[in-house]
Structures are given as structure tokens and as C-alpha cells.
Ligand binder design. Structure first.
Ligand code: C2E
Ligand code: MG
Ligand code: MG
Length: 719
């Protein structure tokens, strides 16, 4: 049978091993094969040894074997052939073979058998079997390759430094490599079935990442998607990770291969890079670049909060001298010291930056008004001016500061910086060691402050202060029991000034301390004079400033003044405010007790506007509560004020404190106070604060002096 469409391999020579004892049969077989168009190269063997040798020698394309041979038989030959190569086609040729033999031969692995009387089949059978054997062999090779590939893959996956996982469409982990398990603190086998999103930072971005990945159509399978997020390891630590996932379809199911890379190290080095780019190495302060960003942010915030922002451009004066004479190391030390001092002058919420060299820039946020930047600039000038100890010697520095403000000067970061710098140069021109505002109005106000401060100092020397007295009256009887001494500044040019105008500055500059001493001295002198004139038991109230209150010599000062003036201690009442005692209650309680031990009285002024902590009130040895004017103002109509005033009076009574209502202006208010049992009152209704001479007349008219009439005269405060 001619076979024009034999497979390609069959076109070449077939190497055939013939197990056959008979030369005649050999010829028959070969003739039949040639008739089928096959080109055969063959060897004939007829016993075990020959077969073994032939099999050893080379790989044959097929074996055709006789069934019955004198020294050998086909079944045995089959066994040997299969042992040497299980895929080698083996075709049994037999003259007389029973059905059973044929079946058992086939079972033993023969590919086919051909009867000697139908040798025409032999060619096609041989071709078929060789072809199939070839297919079997290549399949085997492929399988072997597969095995090799799988081992290779497993090894690659497990030696990979990155975490690798296969997850199903529900996010459940089907496989995780060792690196992933190690990264997250698990054993690889523990990771199966774990929901991958449980291991990652859960937010909207992560959720939509997985959704999008699996929602994508089949066409997009394999296209990787990236995500930057954080993974949480078993011990709770969190690390930044980069995730690359691609969807695949395996056995009809959607899955994703997920690569997880721990980028902590990279994040750390990026952080280092960021620090290098945004901070000044010497001082550790933000540099110009970062400051600019923070300023822009602060301006955006300030736009919303409507709170002013100030930029202070600070340049050290003559810093170059230190560098030149002591060297750069000493210069660096000074800059670090300046950094610390600047920090100490500012609040934690302020930002201080070094722009390079001896230039620092501060950003003040959330300030209440321009006075805050003025105060900060003053503090900086004072601090910078403190001596620097270098190589055993003291050196002095100063600074020039330029200030620009938002919203006053500009709403733009660059303009604010430029304006502050320009103002700084102006400060240099003005002789250094000072500060200048960019805006002319601010400079004027600043100038006003400076002038006022100078005038205030002069006022202390020139004794330009005087006291006005406001009577305090018993609610029930209308009897005048005493007066509060209220400070006035009579400036030759500016006229009579109320304390609201100058006391804040006196506090800020500390001038209130000497002024307060003068007040106390004169108030006690005056009270003693009125007592001597007949006003028996006349009591004088004097306001104390917080600055005086923290003074260590306060108690001694008061004792001396009482001794010098001869005023009985219980005729003096010192007024303090709640905030003064609440700043440091322990310390306050101790001082208050020392003052009480002197025999004088203590009042809490403006009661109700501060902390009003009843617990503390009990602990402080005070005698009097002065209900703040704001509660009295709308009496008796305002329900809340009425309730508060009533409560304070009741509380005062139960604590055995005397209660004074301040700012009583109307009969109705006085009536309310009388109804509720308030002890004393003070206000325009009873008498405005008045000079000493008027007060003497007031006392005289109300018979407080008895028969003797005396009006104080004298210089300075007693005018
Ligand atoms: P203060 O101690 O609460 O003094 C009462 C203030 O209320 C006084 O203002 C007084 O003039 C005002 N006043 C009194 N009765 C009425 C009234 O019926 N209606 C209205 N509208 N006001 C009334 P002044 O004299 O301007 O003093 C203001 C504050 O300055 C004082 O408040 C006190 O805190 C402080 N001060 C005054 N003198 C001194 C002082 O010698 N040393 C210190 N450290 N502070 C002082
Ligand atoms: Mg007062
Ligand atoms: Mg008051």
C-alpha cells in the first residue's frame, strides 16, 4: 500500500530491529514494508544476547518480532525491549497466534500484532506506531520540561526578595511565598485563606484597587495595576509597601498575582533626602524652602480663621566679626545658641527658620493683634543681646528685625517675606538693634509705644501719678466705709490718663512694680490722714498687679509701708484678680496667707470674670468678693445676671465673705442689691472716682469725719 501522505518523519529511513530466526521471513517482512513505500535499514537478531546488544547499541525506531523462535520467543523479546525503552513501538508478527496470546501480548505492551498472511498491514501499522511513539516521547519531554519549569518557578518565587501571593477574586490568599510571609511575620502555610485586605491599610483607595482589578473585563487580564499603601505585620508594626497586581484567569476562575514590595528603606532614604532638602543642618531649623511652604499654608489657614500672621525677618548685627575673629566653629556655636534663644522667645505654634548665614525668619500664627509681634520682637532683641560666652570671654550681639503682617501688608507669601526683609534693612539703617514694621502706620504705633514707654519712665521719676478715690458704701445704711484708690497719670502735655491707657504697658515693661509701690504708699498715707481727721475705721482698697504679686519682696514692702504710714493693717484691703491666684494656686495661697498674717484684708476683684473656682475660693484666705461691673450693669432686668449676682451674694454669705457690688449706677440696681442682702456697693450712683480733695469734701458732707473737718493738701499724689 502506497502512502503518499506519510508523516514527515516517515519519509526518512526507518531503523528497524527485526527479531526473526528465519531469513525467509526476514525477506517477506522487508518486501512488505518496501511495498508500503518505506525505506528500511534493519538488523536481524534471533536470540537474547543479540537483542540485548542491539538495544544497547542504539535507539531503534521500532522492533518487529516473530512470535515463535527456536531459541527465543516474542513475549520475552517484548519484555527486554520495554525494559530498555517503554516507548519503543513493538509489533508482533506471527503465523499462528491464538486470540488469547494476541491479547496477552498487547497487555504486555506490544503495540500491535500482524498475521503473517496479511503482511500488507505491516507498513501502515509500523508508520502509525512510530508516529505515536514519537508523540509519546515529545509529550514526555514536554512533561519533563514542565516539571523542570515548575521547580524553577517555585525556586524563583521562594528566593524572590519581594512578597508574592496569588489571591482569588474574593481577596483570599491561595498562595504566599516565603518573602511575603516573612515580611508580615507569618509562616507561609499560615497565610493560606487569609483575606489580603486584612493585611493592608484599609481605606477607600485600597478597596477600590481590588474592586477595579477584578471588575476589569477579561480583555484587561494581565495588565498590572499599582498601589502604594501600608501593610501591617503580625506584631502590629506598619510598613510602607508598593503593590503590583495583575489579574489572570486560571481554570476559568479569576485570580490575581500580587507582588508586595517593602519600601521602608526607600521611604527612610526619601525621608532623609526630604530632611536634607528642607532643613538647615547647622540649626536643625526649617530652611527657606520649607518656611515658604509653611508660610503659604499659614496664610491659607489665616484667611479662614481671620487671625493675623506676622513675619519677622531677623538679621544678626556684626555677626561677621565673630566669624572673622574667633573662627567658623565659634560662629557656628553662636548660631546654635541664637537658635535656642529665638526658640525660647516664641510659642510652640510659631515657626522659626534659618535662611542661611545669620538670617533667621520667624512666622507668628494665630496672634491676636500686632502687639503680639511687637512683644515677640522685643523679647528677641532682649534675648539676643544677652552675652555669649566664647572661649572664656563674653561677647555681645544684637539683631535687626523687620516685621510684615497679614492681612495688613499683603496676602502673598513672597511679598510678605520681601516686605519683612525691606523693613529689616530699615532697622539696620536706624542704627541696628531695633525692629521696624513694614507698614508706616504700624511703625507709627510702634513709635507711640516707644515714646509712651519713655514717658512712663519719666513719669515715675517726676511723680506725675495721682490717685482718685471712689467711695464704698454700706448697702443697708448708706454709711461710707472706705474707698478704692484708682491710679491716674497726669501728663503735662497729654492730660489726665485713665489706667486702661498705660497700665498694660506698665505691666509689660515691669514699671508697674515701682508705680504700684508708690500707689500703696500714698493710698496708705491718705487713709491714715483721713482716719486721723476723724474718719474712724476708714478702709482703703488698693489694686495689686500680677507683676507685684509674684514679687518676693511684696510682703516685706507692704509691712514696711504699713509701719511707715502707721495705718492699722485692717484698714488696708488689697485687691487681686482670680487669674493672679489661679496661675499658681499653691504659691498664691502661701503669699495670701502671709499677707493675711500682717493683719490686712484681701479682696477678689472683678469676681465672676475669671475661673471662679469655688474650691479654691475656700482655700484662699480672702475677706471680700467684688462682683464685676458686667453682672451689675443690666440688673435687675437681665435674668441671668440677676441669678448670678444673687448666687454670689448667697455664696459670699455662706463663706462669711463680704460682697461688694461694683459699678452701681442706678437706684434699681441698688434696690436689687439691698433686697438680696449685698453688703457694700461702689459706683457712679454713690460717687465717681475723685481727687483726694473732693473725697475729703465727700466724707465731710456725709459726716464721716464727725465734727472735725480736714482736707488733705500736699504735693505729688496727694494734690
Ligand atoms: P477696677 O479695680 O475694677 O476698678 C474699678 C473701675 O471701674 C474703675 O476704672 C472705675 O472708674 C470704674 N467704675 C467704678 N464705678 C463705675 C460705674 O458705676 N460705672 C462704670 N462704667 N465704671 C465704674 P478705672 O479707674 O479706669 O480703673 C480701671 C482698672 O485699672 C481697675 O479696675 C484696676 O484693675 C486698674 N487699676 C486702677 N488703679 C490701679 C492701680 O493702682 N494698680 C493696679 N495694678 N491697677 C489699677
Ligand atoms: Mg479694683
Ligand atoms: Mg473691679
Amino acid at each position: 500500500m502506497h502512502s503518499p501522505d506519510l508523516p514527515q518523519i516517515m519519509r526518512s529511513v526507518i531503523h528497524l530491529l527485526l527479531v526473526e530466526d528465519s531469513e525467509d521471513d526476514e525477506a517477506l517482512v522487508l518486501a512488505a514494508l518496501r511495498r508500503s513505500g518505506l525505506e528500511i535499514e534493519h538488523r536481524r537478531v534471533w536470540n537474547r544476547a543479540m537483542l540485548a546488544a542491539a538495544l544497547e547499541e542504539k535507539r531503534w525506531d521500532a522492533v518487529i518480532s516473530d512470535h515463535n523462535m527456536p531459541q527465543f520467543d516474542g513475549i520475552e523479546a517484548l519484555g527486554m525491549v520495554k525494559a530498555s525503552d517503554p516507548d519503543m513501538p513493538f509489533i508482533l508478527v506471527s503465523g499462528a497466534i491464538g486470540e488469547e496470546t494476541a491479547v496477552s501480548t498487547m497487555r504486555s505492551g506490544a503495540q500491535d500484532f500482524v498475521m503473517k498472511h496479511s503482511l500488507g498491514r505491516l507498513g501502515p501499522v509500523l508508520v502509525l506506531e512510530i508516529g505515536e511513539a514519537e508523540i509519546r516521547r515529545s509529550a514526555q519531554i514536554a512533561t519533563q520540561h514542565l516539571h523542570v519549569n515548575e521547580a524553577l518557578l517555585t525556586s524563583i518565587v521562594n528566593t524572590a526578595a519581594d512578597g508574592i501571593a496569588v489571591v482569588d477574586a474574593g481577596g483570599s490568599i491561595e498562595f504566599a511565598n516565603e518573602a511575603l510571609a516573612r515580611m508580615l511575620g507569618y509562616a507561609p502555610q499560615e497565610m493560606g485563606g487569609v483575606d489580603i485586605s486584612q493585611l493592608l491599610h484599609q481605606n477607600a483607595a485600597t478597596a477600590s484597587f481590588w474592586q477595579d482589578l477584578f471588575a476589569a473585563g477579561p480583555g484587561s487580564a494581565g495588565k498590572p495595576a499599582d498601589l502604594y499603601t501600608h501593610a501591617r505585620s503580625r506584631d502590629g508594626s506598619v510598613m510602607p509597601v508598593e503593590i503590583r497586581a495583575s489579574r489572570m484567569v486560571a481554570r476559568g476562575e479569576s485570580k490575581a498575582t500580587v507582588l508586595v514590595r517593602d519600601v521602608s528603606e526607600r521611604a527612610r532614604s526619601e525621608e532623609r533626602m526630604w530632611r536634607l532638602a528642607h532643613f538647615d543642618e547647622l540649626s536643625g531649623l526649617p530652611n527657606r524652602l520649607l518656611f515658604r511652604q509653611l508660610l503659604e499654608q499659614a496664610l491659607r489657614d489665616a484667611g479662614r480663621s481671620k487671625k493675623p500672621v506676622a513675619v519677622l525677618f531677623i538679621d544678626l548685627d556684626r555677626f561677621k566679626r565673630i566669624n572673622d575673629t574667633l573662627g567658623h566653629d565659634a560662629g557656628d556655636d553662636v548660631l546654635r545658641e541664637v537658635t535656642e534663644r529665638l526658640r525660647s522667645c516664641l510659642r510652640d505654634s510659631d515657626i522659626i527658620s534659618r535662611f542661611g548665614g545669620d538670617e533667621f525668619v520667624a512666622l507668628l500664627r494665630d496672634i491676636d493683634d500686632a502687639d503680639a509681634s511687637r512683644a515677640a520682637a522685643k523679647r528677641i532683641l532682649t534675648e539676643v543681646a544677652e552675652p555669649y560666652s566664647l572661649q572664656g570671654e563674653d561677647y555681645h550681639l544684637s539683631a535687626s528685625i523687620g516685621i510684615s503682617t497679614f492681612p495688613g501688608d499683603s496676602a502673598d507669601a513672597a511679598a510678605l517675606l520681601r516686605n519683612a526683609e525691606l523693613a529689616m534693612y530699615r532697622a539696620k539703617d536706624q542704627g541696628k538693634n531695633n525692629f521696624q514694621f513694614h507698614s508706616p502706620q504700624m511703625n507709627a504705633r510702634s513709635f507711640e509705644h516707644v515714646v509712651l514707654e519713655r514717658l512712663l519712665r519719666r513719669a515715675v521719676e517726676l511723680d506725675e501719678f495721682l490717685l482718685h478715690y471712689q467711695p464704698q458704701v454700706e448697702v443697708m445704711s448708706g454709711r461710707v466705709v472706705g474707698a478704692e484708690a484708682l491710679l491716674r497719670w497726669n501728663h503735662p502735655g497729654m492730660g489726665m490718663m485713665q489706667p486702661g491707657k498705660f497700665i498694660p504697658l506698665a505691666e509689660e515693661t515691669g514699671l508697674i512694680v515701682p508705680i504700684g509701690r508708690i500707689v500703696l504708699m500714698h493710698a496708705c498715707t491718705q487713709a491714715k490722714a483721713w482716719q486721723d481727721a476723724g474718719a474712724r475705721g476708714f478702709r482703703i482698697s488698693v489694686n495689686l498687679s500680677p507683676r507685684q504679686f509674684v514679687l518676693t519682696e511684696l510682703v516685706a514692702d507692704v509691712r514696711n509701708i504699713l509701719e511707715d504710714t502707721g495705718l492699722p493693717p485692717d484698714s488696708l484691703e488689697l485687691e487681686i484678680t482670680e487669674s493672679m491666684v489661679m496661675d499658681n494656686p499653691e504659691h498664691a495661697a502661701a503669699i495670701l496667707q502671709e499677707l493675711r498674717d500682717l493683719g490686712l484684708k484681701l479682696a477678689i476683684d472683678d469676681f465672676g470674670t475669671g475661673y471662679s473656682s469655688l474650691g479654691y475660693l475656700k482655700r484662699f484666705p480672702v475677706n471680700t468678693l467684688k462682683v464685676d461691673r458686667s453682672f451689675i450693669k443690666d440688673l435687675p432686668d437681665d435674668q441671668d445676671d440677676a441669678a448670678i449676682t444673687h448666687a454670689v451674694i448667697a455664696m459670699g454669705r455662706s463663706l462669711r465673705l463680704s460682697v461688694v457690688a461694683e459699678g452701681v449706677e442706678t437706684i434699681e440696681q441698688a434696690e436689687f442689691l439691698r433686697l438680696h442682702g449685698c453688703d457694700l456697693m461702689q459706683g457712679f450712683l454713690l460717687g465717681r472716682p475723685m481727687p483726694a480733695t473732693d473725697m475729703a469734701r465727700y466724707l465731710e458732707e456725709r459726716g464721716s469725719f464727725g465734727r472735725q473737718v480736714l482736707t488733705c493738701t500736699g504735693s505729688g499724689i496727694l494734690r
